[in-house]
Design a protein around this ligand. Structure first.
Ligand code: HEM
Length: 675
């Protein structure tokens, strides 16, 4: 950061001047003035702001529009102690319902939206019939699509549904025959209101088609109570008491694409006495650990990241050769070609906003496809497309704890889909291998190729057993390089652009360096190593935003570490991000962007503690793609700086989040200006 930027160091005698240090009551005043959605965005900026946001929310004074109706005459809804009505409120924003007391006791059943912030009520026409059990709505009431729904069971076990839109003069009513008792819960997902009934049935009312369908008849021996929760945009259905420690429980998720319920978790845990809880927890965590490892293995196979011993040594040697020296230099034209394609797309954004996080994802995937598969690059892209789908499925399912049932676990649609993808990836590989082998046999090629795929194919054909690898090894290696090299470099490029966008002085310094070295020509492989200022900026970015927040090691034999004794088999997590931000190592300005700290190398920057800078890990298992990633980033940054100036778009919301790597939750929007 330049000297002209404010220092965030606290000066004892001066009052706090910065946003980060705003007293809570002032912050609260600001938050209260903002529209609900802005408040939510602000809450993502800092932990203290989030806390304040929740405090405001919890007071319930500032809830957004709420669906409200009087439960005065309904079963169990009267608070005898206070004489108040207890009312049901639905918050469309978080899709959550609250039960609150209302001091103004009403006698009539009333339906209205209440905007607490504006103290404004919007009434619905009266509902003459006995709709009493449930009411729900979705969308902001200001939207013309907003629908209110009420469910009721008539005497003969018939279901009655009423719908209404803001501004309607009357309710529209529907009656459906059936053997219904009473309604447990109502939830909204994907144009339908779902309604669970006490006899274990579940139905859906589609708003557009105005159709009621019975979807599920649990008829379970388990507790028939069904709860519906809207969670992260999904509708989750829970059966029975969802406290996993006590009663049987099962959960389903509504798949918005397939439009059906899928089992997301299926747990049956016996009721345990408190003494056995500890034992059960250990078993759960052991199981969870194995499962997570299983998921990662599914994604990366038995490639370099996951192997150990001799096999690791063999694969590591192959990878070292592929990503060093002349081989790496040979990959630079592919990097340039991919960056050119990206910049061609950027032309139409000149003078406008562009979201670069997705752009860099495309770029890095292009680069990996071209460098790994050379002439077979389009087939490689197809394989990577399947890998991306698989990564999504795996990350979606990776954190679900499935405790082995007393019976067997049903395969979810995600499981089936990922099996299909795995097979597809294998088939494509086999095809590509055959194609290249044929070309060599027919004399069209004199070797298996100089790309990474070629060197793997060479190893596959080795007669020396110590060097030979199998088809599965080949597949797993390609998977590893794709997953390892794609998200990580995307993260590095994205955060570098963010930091350059807000530090115009460093952006200018870098541009000067690039123009002095390359002019307006494409980067020259031999000169990339001379981009010294860029190295400083890249290092500082990796320090502030290391793509992997931690690295992991298993302790092989008991070791003493300072005052600690680490027992054998223990797993140690080294929190890269915490080490990188530690003021004891980096100084009081550890949280500031100051690339100059790297001007005389890592040793000087870390006060001779070089292990404190570990974005690529440490030791023999450190990142094999380091040079590849840095070269790719430097090529892309040089080519961007040669063509564009950029600054941050006002639409950017700073919310780093962890999804495999540290990435911007809402993307990175910048304004582009051609030079
Ligand atoms: C900015 C970019 C990158 C970062 C920050 C990064 C970071 C890391 C880290 C922290 C590790 C674990 C090291 C340890 O445990 O000590 C790792 C391992 C690995 N990375 Fe990277 N990586 C990057 C780019 C790449 C690229 C481009 C590739 C391949 C094309 C790659 C392939 C690998 C592989 C194969 C391993 C496992 C090495 C082994 O176990 O022997 N990485 N990386």
């Amino acid at each position: 950061m330049s000297n002209s930027k404010p220092s965030f160091k606290k000066k004892k005698s001066e009052p706090q001047q910065y946003w980060s240090g705003l007293p809570k009551d002032i912050l609260r005043l600001i938050l209260e003035k903002l529209p609900w959605s802005e408040r939510l965005r602000l809450s993502l900026v800092r932990k203290t702001w989030k806390e304040c946001f929740h405090e405001i929310k919890n007071t319930q004074e500032f809830l957004p529009w709420l669906m409200f109706y009087n439960w005065d005459k309904c079963r169990g809804c009267r608070d005898e102690n206070h004489g108040n009505s207890i009312c049901k409120l639905a918050d469309p924003f978080v899709q959550k319902r609250f039960t609150v007391e209302e001091a103004t006791k009403g006698t009539e059943r009333e339906f209205f939206f209440l905007c607490r912030t504006l103290c404004f009520k919007s009434w619905f026409p009266g509902l003459e019939i006995g709709f009493s059990d449930m009411a729900s709505f979705y969308l902001n009431p200001a939207s013309s699509d907003c629908t209110v729904i009420a469910f009721s069971i008539l005497v003969a076990g018939k279901l009655e549904i009423g719908t209404c839109h803001p501004g309607d003069e009357s309710w529209k009513k529907f009656e459906f025959c059936g053997d219904y008792d009473f309604i447990c819960d109502v939830g909204y997902a994907d144009e339908s209101f779902y309604c669970s009934l006490s006899n274990g049935k579940l139905g859906a009312f589609n708003i557009k088609q105005q159709e009621w369908k019975l979807l599920w008849n649990l008829q379970s021996e388990l507790s028939p109570l069904v709860y519906l929760y809207a969670f992260n945009g999904d509708l989750i259905m829970g059966l029975g008491d969802c406290n996993p420690r006590s009663l049987p429980c099962a959960l389903w998720r509504f798949d918005l694409l397939e439009r059906k319920w899928v089992v997301v978790e299926n747990e049956i845990i016996e009721k345990k006495d408190s003494a056995s809880h500890l034992h059960m927890d250990e078993a759960i965590w052991e199981e969870l650990h194995n499962l997570l490892e299983g998921y990662v293995k599914k994604l990366l196979g038995d490639g370099l990241v996951m192997t150990e011993g001799e096999k690791w040594f063999k694969l590591r040697k192959l990878a070292n050769n592929a990503f060093h020296g002349e081989s790496l230099k040979g990959m630079i034209p592919a990097m340039i070609a991919s960056a050119e394609m990206m910049l061609e797309r950027w032309r139409q954004h000149d003078g406008k906003e562009i979201e670069v996080f997705q752009e860099f994802r495309i770029l890095t995937s292009e680069v990996i496809s071209r460098t790994a598969f050379g002439s077979s690059y389009l087939e490689g892209q197809n394989i990577f497309d399947m890998l991306v789908k698989m990564a999504v499925l795996i990350s979606r399912n990776g954190y679900k704890i499935r405790i082995p049932l007393i019976g067997t676990l049903a395969k979810t649609s995600d499981d089936l889909e990922s099996e299909k993808l795995e097979q597809g990836i294998r088939d494509s590989f086999v095809k590509m291998i055959k194609k290249r082998e044929e070309k060599v046999e027919m004399g069209k090629l004199d070797s298996y190729g100089n790309d990474f795929f070629g060197s793997l194919l060479q190893a596959y054909h080795e007669t020396d057993k110590t060097k030979k690898i199998t088809i599965d090894d080949m597949i797993d290696e390609c998977k590893t390089f794709y997953i390892g090299g794609h998200e990580t470099t995307t993260s590095l490029l994205t955060w570098t652009i963010l930091l350059l966008a807000i530090n115009a002085d460093w952006q200018e310094k870098l541009r000067k360096e690039v123009l002095e070295l390359f002019g307006k020509q494409n980067p020259k492989p031999d000169s990339i190593g001379r981009l010294k200022t860029m190295s400083m900026v890249v290092n500082e970015t990796l320090r502030l935003y290391p793509p992997f927040v931690q690295i992991m090691r298993r302790i092989n034999r008991e070791v003493r570490l300072g005052k600690l004794t680490l027992p054998v088999n223990m797993e140690a997590f080294i929190p890269t991000i915490a080490v990188h931000h530690n003021p004891d190592i980096w100084g009081e300005d550890a949280h500031l962007f100051k690339p100059e700290r790297f001007s005389q190398g890592v040793a000087k920057a870390t006060n001779n503690n070089t292990a404190a800078f570990l974005p690529f890990g440490l030791g023999p298992r450190s990142c094999v793609g380091l040079n590849f990633a840095i070269t790719e980033a430097k090529v892309a940054l040089s080519m961007i700086l040669q063509r564009y100036k950029f600054n941050l778009s006002p639409n950017y919301v700073h919310s780093p989040t962890q999804f495999l790597t540290i990435c911007p939750q809402h993307g990175l929007q910048i304004m582009l200006h051609s030079l």
